[in-house]
Design a protein around this ligand. Structure first.
Ligand SMILES: NC(=O)c1ccc[n+]([C@@H]2O[C@H](COP(=O)([O-])OP(=O)(O)OC[C@H]3O[C@@H](n4cnc5c(N)ncnc54)[C@H](OP(=O)(O)O)[C@@H]3O)[C@@H](O)[C@H]2O)c1
Length: 324
């Protein structure tokens, strides 16, 4: 087998495409032949030693992937050799094979392709947990999605539409706004050239969005919160822009509004039954055509450094997927 090995977490340049012995699964593990692996934001941070999880060295990055089970370890009863699976195990995806914890492997129903499956769990689980569980989004309400053409943003648009909400998608270019419209957004705001707060007033007849989905942070958090509706819910997803915003606490008081933290990874560990039920619903929605990952492009696994560079350029729409 081959994999991108990180022996020194100083950045993408330090990764090396390395031949390694193909491992044998231990109890509770499966060997997966990787067909596709997607890039997520933490994949960039983890190779720079900037992510909260710091795997022991050396490690193979690649949190999320899909492929075919090649061998099963002792005690694994729900997966068989030859089965198609998707897995989010944190590391191991950027290679030809990996050992995955069987408990984290999601068996793929017929018709669920490897590329879509590799780009599914992280973004859709985060956005479903955020909007429906933490945000209590209801049919007929309005949601503002910031960074709406990105990985979690595109998933949030589709999930909000699936529950009958009105979606205002905000992004930095007209091209990104057009993508958001093509996947169901009812209105868009290009926040590079439009005033976010004014545009939100105009699009909601002065009422403001009921829910704000914010994976960006930075300078847009405060204007978005100032525009929120009475009893609004502001979902804190992430800080792709860098700075972590600080909001004056009189703002939630004045709107009877809530600032709601979202941490899907921790939710999946602490509430595994609720997470499994959610994943089941998402798989059904995929089968019904209600949701489908937006794939910016697929690239050969050997081109991982170019994929990282593309991701860092802020021009990716949806997800980048590496294929073997
Ligand atoms: N809380 C959770 O459970 C959870 C789970 C998954 C991910 N996250 C977090 O959610 C955030 C987004 O993840 P993602 O996978 O959707 O990332 P992504 O695909 O790269 O999208 C992030 C979006 O943020 C915007 N952005 C603004 N300033 C940026 C900058 N300086 N660099 C890069 N992007 C910038 C971009 O949209 P515009 O160009 O349109 O502004 C971009 O499309 C990350 O911070 C991630 O860690 C949180």
């Amino acid at each position: 087998m081959h994999a991108w090995l990180c022996t020194n977490p100083t950045g993408v340049e330090a990764l090396a495409w390395t031949e390694l012995p193909t491992p044998t699964p231990k109890a509770g593990e499966v060997l997966v032949e990787i067909k596709a692996a997607s890039l997520n934001f933490p994949d960039l941070l983890i190779v720079q030693n900037k992510y909260q999880i710091k795997p022991p060295l050396p490690f193979v990055p690649g949190a999320e992937y899909a492929g075919v089970v090649q061998a099963v370890g002792e005690g694994v009863t729900h997966l068989q050799v030859g089965q198609n699976v998707a897995c989010l195990s944190g590391t191991g995806g950027f290679g030809t094979h990996t050992l995955a914890p069987a408990a984290l492997c999601m068996p793929l129903p017929a018709g669920f392709g490897h590329v879509d499956a590799a780009a599914f769990i992280m973004t859709y689980a985060t956005s479903h947990h955020a909007l429906i569980d933490r945000g209590q989004l209801k049919a007929g309400e309005t949601v503002l999605v910031l960074g709406a053409a990105g990985g979690v943003g595109t998933a949030a648009i589709q999930i909000a539409k699936a529950v009958g909400a009105k979606v205002i998608a905000a992004a930095s270019t007209d091209e990104k706004c057009a993508l958001c419209t093509s996947i169901g957004a009812d209105a868009t705001i290009n926040y590079t050239r439009e005033d976010l707060r004014e545009a939100l007033k105009r699009l909601t007849d002065g009422k403001g969005p009921d829910v704000v989905y914010d994976p960006v942070g930075g300078d847009f958090a405060e204007p978005a919160f100032r525009a929120i509706a009475w009893r609004g819910r502001y979902l804190v997803i992430g800080f792709a822009a860098g700075p972590i915003p600080a909001l004056p606490l009189n703002l939630p008081l004045l709107k009877g509004a809530s600032i709601v933290g979202v941490f899907w990874g921790e939710f999946s560990k602490r509430e595994p039954k609720a997470n499994a039920a959610m994943m089941m619903e998402l798989a059904q929605w995929y089968g019904q055509g209600k949701i489908k990952p937006v794939i910016d492009r697929t690239m050969p696994m050997a081109e991982l450094p170019a994929a990282y560079a593309h991701m860092g350029s802020r021009s990716v729409q949806g997800k980048l997927v590496l294929v073997n």
